[in-house]
Every structure is written in C-alpha cells, then in structure tokens.
Write a protein that binds this ligand. Structure first.
Ligand SMILES: Nc1nc2c(c(=O)[nH]1)N[C@H]1C(S)=C(S)[C@@H](COP(=O)(O)OP(=O)(O)OC[C@H]3O[C@@H](n4cnc5c(=O)[nH]c(N)nc54)[C@H](O)[C@@H]3O)O[C@H]1N2
Ligand SMILES: Nc1nc2c(c(=O)[nH]1)N[C@H]1C(S)=C(S)[C@@H](COP(=O)(O)OP(=O)(O)OC[C@H]3O[C@@H](n4cnc5c(=O)[nH]c(N)nc54)[C@H](O)[C@@H]3O)O[C@H]1N2
Ligand code: SF4
Ligand SMILES: [Mo]
Length: 825
C-alpha cells in the first residue's frame, strides 16, 4: 500500500537500457472499497494531463469509485500518478455539479430547461447572423473535450456558420508545439516516442517540470536513471525542480536561465555544435534546408555572451552542449517554460535545430517530444476547432480548402480561409469591442486562466457580448455568462483522444451524467439541429448522431493527411492498448516514431504552413516556399534573441513567472474536489529565493503582496528553490473557493500577467512579467505550499506533504507492446 501524495512516482522498477519498461499496475478505490466491491471496470484513459495513461474506471452502483492502470497499454504500462489516482472520479459526484441549464434573468442566473436555454442561444445566433453575418460568432473551446466533439464543433463553425473566430485554450497551452512542428517539419505531429526513454544516452528537458506535470512519464525516466548506465539529464529551468535534482544525480547539467532568455541559451547550444564540429554534415545536407543562415544567426552567441544574457555559467553551457553533441542518442522534451515564455516558437524550433544538426531523429532513443499539456489538446489541433483546418490542412492552400468543401458538400467560399484564423487573445479583443456578439466557451475557465484577469473579467461581464458557458461546474467564468449549459464529463460520455505521442484511446461511458447534464457532443448536435445548418444539396450539414458516427466522419477527414486515422475504428480501439497514428494499410498497428526515413511533410502542396519569420511572425508566401523546393527536407530556422517585453526596473525589480504543482490541475475544478489533492495544496502561495527573501525581510509563511503594472496578489511566501531575481506563483487558485465561498481576486496569479503573445504561435506569455514584492504581515505558520517536489522549502525543514488514501502498486509480468523497439510484437 502506498500513499501517493507522499510518494509521487510510486515504487521504482529499474531496468537495463534497451529493455522494455516493466509493467506495474497502480490502483485506487475510494472509501476503502476492494476489488470485490466493484461491479465492473470500464476502459478509458486518464484525462488529467497529456500523458494519456490507459486506465479502467471502477463502477459500483452506477457511480465511478476508482481507477486502475492498464498493464497492456503502451503509454503507461499500468501506472497512474497522484492526480489520476485521487482526482479522476470524486468530482463527478460533487453536490455542486451543474445539473440544469441556467439563464440570466434580471442580472441573476436562474435554472431553466434545455429548450429555453438552447432557444435563447439560437435566437441570438440567428439574429446576429442575419444582422452582422458570420464574424459575429466566436467559439472558445478546450484541450479537454473529445475528438468527436471538436470535429463536430469545427464543422459547425467553419461550414455551418463560417467564422474564422474559433480557438481553444490550446492557444494558452500547446500552440507553440504545433507552430514549431509546422515551421521545422511542415506539419504538426510528434516525431518522438516514449520508447525513446528506454534507448537514449541523454534527456534534455527544456522548461518542463515533467516530474510534477507528467508524473508517469517521469517515473519511466526514473526507472532508467536509477538503474545502471543511466542517461544524463539536462534541465533548463529557473527553479530547482526534481528534474534539476536528477540532472545533478546523473552527471548532467542544470541550466537556470534568467526568465525570458531561453532563445539566447538555445542559440549558444546550437553555436557550440557548429564550433566543435559536432554537426552531421552529410545528414544535414541531404535532409535539411537553411544551415548557412542558421550558422550566421547563432554566431553572436558564444558561451560568455550567453552567460551574460542568461545568468548561467559559461562552463555549464559548454558541458550541456557537449552532452548534446557527443551523445549517441538524445531525447528532448519541451514545455511551458519555453512555450509560454519570451520568443516561444523560436526557442522551441531551436530544439529541432539541435536535433536536425546532429541527425538525432527517427530512430530509437533519438527523438523530440514537444509536449502537450492538456489531455486532448492534440485533438483540437487535429480537428481544427482551434482555427486550423481539420487534418493538418493549410488554410492558405486552395486545394486543401476544396478537399474539405467536397467532404462536407459546401461551397469552398463558406470555409473561412481569406486570412489566418483568429487566435484566442484576438477573439477576446473582438469580444471587448463588441464585433463578436456571441461567444461560446466550452470546457475552459478563462476568467482564471487567461492573462491579465481584470481585463478578461471586464470583457466577459460586459453587456456588449452574449456569452454561453458549457461546463461541469459554476466556475468563475460561468458566473459571468448569459447562458450556462451543464455538461457531462469524463466517464459520463464516450469519445476518443490522443496523447502527446499520438496514441489514440477510446474512453467509454461508465456512468450516467447527473441530472439533465448532456455530453458536449449532444449539445453541439442540438445546436446544429436547431440552427438547421444545411449542405449544398439541402441535406443536414451534420449527419452523425453518436460518438462512433462522429469518429467515422472524422476518420474520413484524415485520409491522405499526415494525421492518418484511416486504420482506426472504435472496434480497433477496444483492444488492450491505445494506438499511435498514423494507422493505415501500411501501418496497421500504428506508428511508434515519425520520420524514420527522414522524409518530412514539407512539400509545398502537402505542408500545413508555408512558414514564418521567427523574429517577426511575417508569413512566407506560397511562391517563396515553392522556390525553396523543400520537397521533404526539414527547415533549420534561427532568430536573434531580443529582450523580453517587460524588463525589470527600479519600480518592479523582480521577474514574475507562473506554473503548476503536482497536486492540482489548472483551476482545480476536479483536483480541488479530491480531499487528498486539495489538502496537499489548499491555497495560493509564491516562491521566493532565500537571497531575495532575506533582502526583503520576508520569512517562510509571511503574507506578501506581489504587484505588477497590471494587478496584485496577497498570498503567503514559500522560501523555496527558485533562482534569485525570480518569483514563482502557481496559477491554480481562482476567486471562488470550491465550497462556494468568495475568495476574492487576491490570490489569482493571472492578475499580474500581461496581454502579449508570441509572434508566430500567438501563445500568451504567462512566464515573463516584472513585479515587486513587499511584506504585508508576519505569517502564522508555513505557506500552504506542498513541501515536496519543486515547491520544497529551501531549508528542507518542514514536514513532508502526505495524506493520500492507500493505493496499491503491483509489479506484474510485462506484456508484449506493439511497436516497442525493445519488446514488441
Ligand atoms: N500536476 C499538474 N500536471 C499538469 C497540469 C497541471 O495543472 N497540474 N497541467 C497540464 C498542462 S495543460 C500543461 S500545459 C502542462 C505544463 O507542464 P510544465 O510546462 O512542466 O509546467 P509549468 O509549471 O507550467 O512550467 C514548467 C517550468 O517552467 C519553468 N519556467 C518558468 N519560466 C521559465 C523561463 O523563462 N524559461 C524556462 N526555461 N523555464 C521557465 C518553471 O519554473 C516550471 O518549473 O502540465 C500538464 N500537467
Ligand atoms: N499564469 C498562468 N496561466 C495559465 C497557465 C500558466 O502556466 N500560468 N497555463 C495555461 C495552460 S497551459 C492551460 S492548458 C490553461 C488551462 O486553463 P483552463 O482550461 O481554464 O483550466 P481548467 O481548470 O482545466 O478548465 C477546464 C474547465 O472545463 C471543465 N470541464 C472539464 N471536463 C469537461 C467536459 O467534458 N465538458 C465541459 N463542457 N467542461 C468540462 C472544468 O470543470 C473546467 O472548468 O491555463 C493557462 N493559464
Ligand atoms: S501522468 Fe497524467 S495521464 Fe497519467 S495518471 Fe497522471 S495525470 Fe493522468
Ligand atoms: Mo496546458
């Protein structure tokens, strides 16, 4: 029995390099129930991060009462992490679930029936379409719905209404991953595989606290670093995370760059490859474009200059570069410390540059994982509810638009493709100005999660726009809506989703949703029916009714595209494991790793974008792209580092950055309702370095005020592991407590962040702002921060965070995993 709050990664199963990761089945049943109490187990996958661990849901008396990892699943080999174990099922029975639609009457939200709620939406929608046309509609969705739901919404938005104003919170999350893939390789799609962990010599984690944010993947790494012949870990993070600690243990390097200087650091690493002759010249000549421009772009970044800009040691930079340049196989992972920080796409692309220069792609151990965060972010990008065109099609390519028009039997002119799709922050600006008169928000809580919260609250509360919010709970955002629709959640509906390394899972309905709550698919279908969207022949535009029919329709949209689902079906997905796309006649078992033949989807007629200048975001034209004749070669692209938008000053001398703790998921609507997870991280805090805290007269647990030019929070201070000059805040805590009490805005990290975004990916910068910290009063105990992982106190003197109900963890015989280079079928 294991307390998985205290033991985050569970027991080790170390194993030699090149062998299969052993299977270990983790299980948690609520309230001391045992296997004998469970009526049935329903196959699914965990929806609390992008890792997508295969699991079965325990059902008793029509209720979800626990989860068990699936030993046969290629993703997790049976394991689950603290969020998956303790946070997957409890929220579903929470007494404050939304069970009936709400509409605003005289300023207040009141319960109503579906006909009334949907009737209001349809009335506004029809009126706006008649008076102002399609640009009056905006859809802001999620990284947490299912494929079938995104695809349906995409068809509604693009072919039913014809609005370019569609995006997901994926813009806040993994827009940069998608953008970086498109720039380097021509299309979205994860090159690497989790199986690279078993084979590599070194693992580089860039702005990625994997130990807390994909705990099961980190357990997979620990099972190599704690065995013989471990890979060297290199960590790029301004905090001393568990990843950084592992770098020290394995003889790797922890580079802690000043917040906002990632690109300078990357340029330094790339330059070292050239200077030391580590570039695989022949591979680069055959498979890439742009090496001379890249060499010139990184020339101004010798180690001493990088040291000056980033505040890292020049020797450490050289050591990290040497590990990259001399290892036989390297795996890199990238996440929000890059995607949400200054010059995001350029920095993420620089990781590709390193791999391309060294020919480190497409074979076991040599891979890139531009990570996702949300469990279904990938599907939104694939299906195009985020504004992209479905199937990684290029909105700028008339032939791609015609393919979709033929598939949907609509006039190509209906499908918005006259300008780039509108990104989320721009959608909010149109809502602010009132040119978008109907904003439909599904499965996201922007009042807490978007930057510059005061502005977002003002926009959503304003009279100028009619807002619909579709959620499980009355969130901060739902409280500002005109209509609130009660949704069914995970386990209460059926659908598919795709994890970081392209593995598709079928998540089956285990229980009924509460009250009148409906699946997001049913809600979108009901809207489409009420709006009576028709195709060119007058038939209903959307002809599917069930999740499976929606999946089959989506599968057709992937034919001939890189994201090829043609070999997948619900029947196939009911098997023992998720299956990574592409799945087709050539690859019936799916594909573990892309680009094994170093053939990239860059041909002008095939690619998803013609590309951009990484410094300015200026678009490359079709003609320019064609003239380069990329024809399957990857792009090497560089850019100069520029100082971040908001630098420190006398008034705001510290750098503010934000992120996560292992125990909470986002705005906590699920994890906050689990007692174990809630108590492990019950309230907001900020992390200060011991040096800064001493200078400001601040001790552990003191209440401090943190201010930026946009707002302030008052929370307790953890004297922690962040580098001097930086202040770290978790963004999980909104203005309402989960027991329904108002907590005020004084603890919401996004009060301080700013409305700026990357020029290429348009991802907002949650990780750079200037701030000042002052002490408000003495504390009465330690900060409410966990004492484990990256939030551990610098002194290490506080008791360890614990208190998870017992879970079981059993090592079981290791099955064969399809496609696994170390032990597949
Ligand atoms: N427990 C938990 N797990 C999650 C989630 C969750 O909410 N909770 N959310 C999921 C989602 S949607 C996402 S997107 C992922 C995010 O996963 P991560 O990206 O791993 O998480 P973050 O904490 O946002 O940021 C990672 C690290 O970036 C560092 N950082 C901050 N500024 C900079 C900088 O300028 N440069 C560099 N190099 N690093 C910087 C921070 O110190 C932090 O340790 O996690 C997923 N998994
Ligand atoms: N300062 C700062 N801000 C950040 C970040 C950061 O690192 N720092 N990270 C950003 C990132 S990467 C992300 S991903 C976002 C996350 O930000 P949000 O998406 O706003 O966070 P969640 O709390 O996951 O919101 C999801 C909502 O969907 C609801 N929901 C869950 N399942 C379903 C369903 O099946 N149907 C419906 N209709 N609703 C459902 C939940 O109750 C919840 O209210 O935050 C971003 N904001
Ligand atoms: S690693 Fe992610 S997907 Fe796996 S159990 Fe944890 S939260 Fe769920
Ligand atoms: Mo995310």
């Amino acid at each position: 029995m294991v307390d998985r709050i205290a033991d985050i990664w569970g027991p080790r199963t170390p194993h030699p390099r090149g062998t299969v990761w052993p299977a270990r089945v983790d299980q948690h049943l609520e309230d001391g129930l045992t296997d004998a109490d469970v009526d049935r187990w329903v196959p699914s996958a965990c929806l609390l991060c992008s890792n997508g661990c295969g699991c079965d849901i325990a059902v008793k008396d029509g209720r979800m009462v626990g989860v068990r990892g699936r030993a046969t699943d290629v993703v997790n080999h049976g394991r689950l992490g603290p969020k998956g174990l303790y946070g997957s099922t409890v929220w579903a029975r929470s007494p404050d679930r939304l069970t009936r639609p709400l509409v605003r009457e005289n300023g207040r939200l009141v319960e109503t029936d579906w006909d009334t709620a949907m009737g209001r939406i349809v009335e506004v929608s029809r009126r706006l379409l008649a008076e102002k046309g399609p640009l009056s509609h905006g859809f802001y969705t999620s990284g947490q719905l299912f494929t079938e739901e995104y695809y349906t919404l995409a068809v509604i938005g693009k072919a039913g209404i014809g609005t370019p104003h569609m995006d997901g919170n994926t813009r806040l999350c993994t827009a940069t991953a998608a953008a970086a893939f498109k720039e380097s390789f021509g299309a979205d799609g994860q090159p690497g595989s989790y199986t690279d962990i078993e084979h590599c010599d070194a693992i580089f984690l860039y702005g990625h606290n994997m130990a807390e944010t994909q705990t099961v993947l980190w357990a997979r790494i620990l099972d190599r670093t704690r065995a013989d012949d471990p890979p060297a870990i290199v960590c790029v993070d301004p905090r001393r995370t568990p990843v950084a600690a592992e770098a020290a243990r394995t003889g790797g390097v922890h580079l802690a760059p000043r917040v906002g200087t990632n690109l300078a650091l990357m340029n330094g690493l790339v330059r070292e490859q050239f200077v030391n002759g580590w570039v695989e010249e022949e591979w680069v000549r055959r498979h890439t474009l742009g090496v001379d421009d890249l060499r010139a772009a990184v020339e101004p970044y010798p180690p001493e200059e990088v040291a000056r800009i980033c505040g890292v040691d020049a020797g450490d930079l050289r050591r990290a570069a040497r590990i990259f340049g001399t290892s036989g196989s390297v795996l890199s992972t990238v996440l929000q410390g890059f995607y949400q920080s200054h010059q995001a796409t350029a920095a993420a692309v620089a990781v590709h540059n390193l791999h391309l220069l060294r020919g480190q792609l497409g074979r076991p151990g040599a891979g890139v994982l531009q990570m996702n965060g949300q469990p279904t972010a990938q599907n939104n990008r694939e299906c195009g509810a985020d504004g992209d065109l479905p199937g990684f099609r290029n909105w700028d390519n008339e032939a791609h638009v015609r393919e979709l028009a033929a598939l949907w039997n609509v006039d190509p002119l209906v499908i918005p493709h006259w300008a780039p799709p509108t990104h989320a922050m721009q959608i909010m600006s149109y809502v602010e100005e009132g040119s978008i008169g109907l904003l439909w928000i599904s499965a996201t809580n922007p009042a807490v999660s978007m930057p510059e919260s005061a502005r977002i609250r003002r926009i959503l509360a304003g009279e100028q726009c009619f807002t619909v919010v579709q959620d499980l709970f009355l969130t901060e955002t739902a409280r500002l809506a005109d209509v609130v629709l009660p949704a069914a959640g995970w386990g209460e509906k059926t659908g598919t989703f795709t994890n970081v390394n392209r593995t598709v899972h079928l998540s089956q309905q285990a229980v009924d949703p509460p009250g009148e709550a409906r699946s997001d698919l049913d809600i979108f279908l009901a809207y489409a029916a009420a709006m009576d969207f028709r195709d060119a022949d007058g038939r209903p535009l959307i002809r599917w009714r069930t999740p499976e029919e929606a999946f089959d329709a989506w599968r057709e949209a992937t034919r001939g595209r890189p994201v090829d689902y043609t070999g997948l079906s619900y029947a196939r997905l009911r098997g023992p494991t998720g299956i990574p796309w592409p799945v087709n006649e050539d690859a019936p078992e799916g594909t573990d790793r892309l680009y094994a033949d170093a053939e990239f989807p860059t041909a002008t007629d095939y690619c998803e974008t013609y590309g951009h200048d990484l410094l300015t975001g200026a678009a490359v034209t079709e003609q320019e792209h064609r003239a380069l004749r990329p024809d399957g070669r990857a792009f090497l692209k560089g850019a100069a580092w520029t100082p971040p938008h908001e630098e420190t000053s006398d008034e705001y001398p510290l750098l503010f950055t934000t992120g996560r703790t292992v125990y909470q998921f986002h705005t906590r609507t699920k994890t906050g309702r689990s007692r174990a997870l809630h108590e492990a991280a019950p309230d907001a805090w900020v992390e200060l370095s011991p040096a800064d805290a001493a200078g400001l007269g601040i001790a552990e647990g003191d209440v401090v005020r943190v201010e930026s030019p946009r707002g302030a929070v008052e929370v307790r201070a953890r004297i922690g592991q962040v580098m001097p000059g930086a202040v770290f805040a978790p963004f999980h805590y909104g203005s309402w407590d989960l027991d329904g009490a108002a907590a005020g805005e004084r603890r919401q990290a996004n009060e301080l962040t700013m409305t700026v975004w990357d020029p290429v990916s348009k991802q907002p910068y949650f990780k750079t702002a200037a701030c000042r910290v002052t002490k408000v009063r003495d504390g009465d105990g330690p900060a409410p921060a966990p004492t484990t992982a990256a939030s551990a106190p610098a002194t290490g003197r506080l008791p360890g965070t614990a208190g998870g109900a017992p879970t079981t963890s059993r090592v079981v015989p290791t099955p064969d995993y399809p496609n696994d280079p170390a032990g597949g079928r």
